[in-house]
Design a protein around this ligand. Structure first.
Ligand SMILES: Cc1cc2nc3c(=O)[nH]c(=O)nc-3n(C[C@H](O)[C@H](O)[C@H](O)COP(=O)(O)OP(=O)(O)OC[C@H]3O[C@@H](n4cnc5c(N)ncnc54)[C@H](O)[C@@H]3O)c2cc1C
Length: 363
């Protein structure tokens, strides 16, 4: 679901976010990356009455916090002596609620161009396009991509008989499935699809699983009861007949190769971040990070800002709190870029009636 941003004051641009299919969405700001810094950027912009659309290649907000260490405690968020990483994301989501940002999740930004009129064209892998006044790149260590199966020629089967995420589980019903992986995704889908599949084999490279112990125990019960098979092995090669995938050979630790019949392969080897297309947008880079100034956190292209782990400047520290500071200053610079005539002054959230109105706080 796409929720349109709240209308910003005194701006024609934010009043015409176009939800028409095939038409670009017109917005003041597109934020690339919904990690903690992208989320806090929404808040800082919202306080200034500026609406934003967020895009993330992950299916959920939270960036590294949600993807890499959701259950770990963080101890260096100001005024929160300890805060779980997912809890921090949940708190940020709560904090930005008053500004109703639009989330475009599960899609990577792959196209970016400055238009002749000074605005920006942005397009995602799902074809969502934006006509944005400014762009904030909050892409962290990059877009999280699935680790591939590692068999030559695998691209030919991606999306048809080889999957790194399940888009439509009913299309897998009644089929011979081989699932690779030992984490929660592999085990959750094993348990979910087992009653509906014609056959199911789970392949993991070692005997220990990273998934929740209860899921592992359940899976082992099914194996013991003969309802599914489990292999300790690595993917080796595809079994193909006339261009159609019929199965996969896997190689066990003892070197033996086993042929597993399959209509569909599901691979859950986790995700790894990749800077991807951002590196090709002509923005000045230093060691795979975007160079910014420390007044506006603007990149080498005016109107394009970068906050959080993706940016670099003298003394940069890749900490969440640094990203929060960067987002606050970038918001003022973005306001100035969009509305150069507008007088800027600092207001406190404690006392500002307009900020209370934006936050939905009764005065
Ligand atoms: C194990 C671990 C523990 C940590 N502990 C701490 C700690 O205690 N304190 C602390 O301050 N920091 C800690 N960090 C670092 C902290 O998590 C990062 O500094 C923080 O996540 C950076 O936030 P971000 O929003 O800049 O980027 P990220 O969290 O990396 O989020 C960026 C988002 O952008 C998305 N993205 C990237 N490119 C694209 C694209 N082209 N299109 C669409 N989406 C895209 C990604 O999918 C991702 O969701 C820790 C990191 C790790 C790995």
């Amino acid at each position: 679901m796409v929720v349109l941003p709240r209308q910003a004051e005194a701006t024609v641009l934010s009043q015409i976010p176009s939800p028409v299919p095939g038409q670009p969405i017109t917005t003041e700001v597109v934020i690339i990356g919904a990690g903690p810094c992208g989320l806090f950027q929404v808040f800082e912009l919202g306080l200034l009455g500026i609406g934003a659309h967020l895009v993330d290649s992950l299916a959920h907000p939270g960036g590294q916090c949600a993807e890499l260490y959701p259950e770990k405690p963080i101890y260096d968020i100001p005024a929160l002596p300890v805060c779980g990483a997912q809890e921090l994301v949940d708190r940020l989501m709560k904090q930005i609620e008053p500004f109703h940002p639009s989330f475009h999740l599960g899609q990577e930004v792959i196209e970016f161009a400055r238009q002749e009129n000074g605005r920006f064209h942005v397009r995602t892998t799902l074809g969502t396009t934006f006509d944005a006044g400014t762009v904030v790149i909050a892409a962290g260590v990059g877009s999280f991509q699935p680790r591939r199966i590692g068999i030559d020629g695998s691209e030919a089967f991606e999306g048809t008989s080889l999957h790194y995420r399940v888009k439509n589980s009913s299309s897998l019903h009644g089929q011979d499935l081989v699932i690779f992986g030992g984490g929660d995704s592999a085990l959750d889908w094993t348990l979910e699809l087992l009653p509906k599949a014609r056959s199911l084999t789970l392949v993991h490279r070692r005997p220990d699983y990273r998934a929740a112990p209860a899921s592992v125990a359940k899976m082992q019960e099914h194996v013991a009861a003969g309802r599914m098979r489990q292999f300790e092995a690595l993917p080796h090669s595809f079994i193909v007949d006339n261009g159609v995938l019929r199965g996969v050979h896997v190689k066990a630790r003892d070197g033996a190769t086993h042929a597993l019949q399959a209509d569909q392969l599901l691979v859950f080897f986790g995700l790894h971040p990749k800077l991807g297309a951002i590196a090709e947008w002509g923005l000045e880079l230093e060691k795979k990070a975007l160079k910014v100034d420390t007044e506006k956190f603007q990149t080498s292209l005016p109107g394009v800002f970068a906050v959080g782990d993706i940016n670099t400047y003298p003394g940069k520290k890749k900490l969440i709190l640094s990203g929060f500071h960067e987002a606050a200053l970038a918001a003022f610079a973005i306001q100035h870029h969009l509305y150069p005539q507008k007088k800027q002054f600092l207001q406190y959230t404690t006392t500002s009636p307009i900020m209370h109105q934006r936050l939905g706080v009764p005065d």
